[in-house]
Design a protein around this ligand. Structure first.
Ligand code: PLP
Length: 388
């Protein structure tokens, strides 16, 4: 990345923090043992994994036996959802929401193809689920409720504790996708009241390719891959020791810094939003005003294409995202923006700017000095914007 670049895409991924890298390095070098080996090198690796598990369990307020290390958020989600739904044999019913990440939506679609029933609940125009709708959708054969803690596009925070209470009263397992929440929201699983929870290292300054799954003790689960007895027999495969060490350090660090991180992000995010709304008063902010991740700004501009905005920003070394599945090859807008009813003339011009630890006021200033004029230039060329 050029030194003068402005990275506004922390919801897509974050860089590995030096403190995390330093903790990982011995296990990428001389401490290369296999935790299943009985000799000293193997046992040192085993201790590193056990220590990482203890640290993660401490942050999540659970027992180490309830922590399973995986390869990513997607794997944790697949294991949690498929594992719990399939454990009872036969088929059952699953409840989820229309704004979940594809890791959840495509997983439940697969279960539907296998004969399970799925209810996909709508959300409000601000992107929030009504827990009472969950209650009303429960059937005698409901096996699992899966709701994301925070949305990856518009940053809305879901009322997961209220859903957990409803799930608990009905005796139904409750899974949450916490991939975007890590670093910003509390992850105490006892307080959240969840059965399982998924995390992904690369969203909180650990490397890509490592994830965490919390699974409440005594929960019946069907494993998703066969092999050795690693991870309490629930996730076969030799442990990725350096990455496991890294994700534990990163999670501890994120938990320790949460208050300061959130204050930093809110200040810069609001500076960005206020500046953009002042310069482009006919733009829309998507999602909820207060129930949203501190680092997320998601806007739509009338009559323009997100791809053109992103290319214009990229030329100025400003990296952002449309925050949607709207790729140039497909003219389909994001399922999240469709679910919250963003008007047609706005939906294609949607932009996600997500700040992070290293974002500065100067970075925000750079965005404010380029983005409004870029959007106005594009709107001047757009028949939709001209029609307003
Ligand atoms: N869930 C959410 C909300 C996400 O934002 C992401 C990644 O962007 C995932 C799941 C998938 O995580 P991973 O990239 O680790 O597979």
């Amino acid at each position: 990345m050029p030194t003068e670049a402005v990275y506004m895409d922390h919801a897509a991924t974050t860089g590995v923090h030096p403190e995390v890298l330093e903790a990982m390095l011995p296990y990428l070098g001389p401490q290369y043992g296999n935790p299943s080996s009985a000799h000293q090198l193997g046992q040192a690796a085993r201790r590193a994994v056990s220590d990482a598990r203890e640290r993660v369990a401490q942050v999540l307020n659970c027992g180490p036996s309830e922590i399973i290390f995986t390869s990513c958020g997607t794997e944790s989600i697949n294991l949690g959802i498929k594992g719990i739904v399939k454990a009872a044999g036969g088929t059952g019913h699953i409840i989820t929401t229309a704004i979940e990440h594809h890791a959840v939506l495509h997983t439940v679609e697969q279960l539907e193809r296998e004969g399970h029933e799925v209810s996909v609940l709508p959300v409000s125009s601000e992107g929030i689920l009504d827990p009472e709708q969950v209650r009303a959708t429960i059937r005698p054969n409901t096996r699992l409720i899966s709701v994301m803690y925070a949305n990856n596009e518009i940053g809305t925070i879901q009322p997961v504790r209220a859903v957990a209470r409803i799930a608990h009263e009905a005796g139904i397992a409750f899974h949450i996708d916490s991939v975007q929440a890590a670093g910003a929201l509390p992850l105490d699983v006892r307080d959240l009241g969840v059965t399982s929870l998924a995390l992904s290292g690369h969203k909180f300054y650990a490397p890509k390719g490592v994830g965490i799954m919390y699974l409440r003790e005594k929960t019946k689960i069907q494993t998703q891959q066969q092999g050795g007895g690693q991870e309490h027999g629930l996730r076969a495969g030799t442990e990725n020791v350096p990455y496991i060490v890294g994700i534990a350090v990163a999670l501890e660090r994120a938990d320790r810094r949460r208050k300061a991180y959130n204050a930093h992000c809110v200040e810069l995010r609001d500076l960005l939003l206020d500046g953009l709304l002042r310069a482009l008063p006919d733009s829309r902010v998507n999602g909820h005003r207060t129930e949203r991740l501190p680092n997320n700004a998601h806007l739509s501009f009338r009559g323009v294409e997100a791809q053109a905005i992103l290319m214009g920003l990229d030329l100025k070394n400003i990296y952002a995202s449309s925050g949607s599945a709207c790729v140039s090859a497909s003219l389909e807008p994001s399922h999240v923006l469709t679910a919250i009813g963003v008007p047609r003339e706005y939906i294609y011009g949607s932009l996600r700017l997500s700040v992070g630890e290293a974002t500065t006021r100067e970075h925000v200033g750079r965005v404010l000095s380029h983005l409004p004029s870029l959007v106005r230039r594009l709107q001047a060329l757009s028949p939709v914007a001209a029609a307003s």
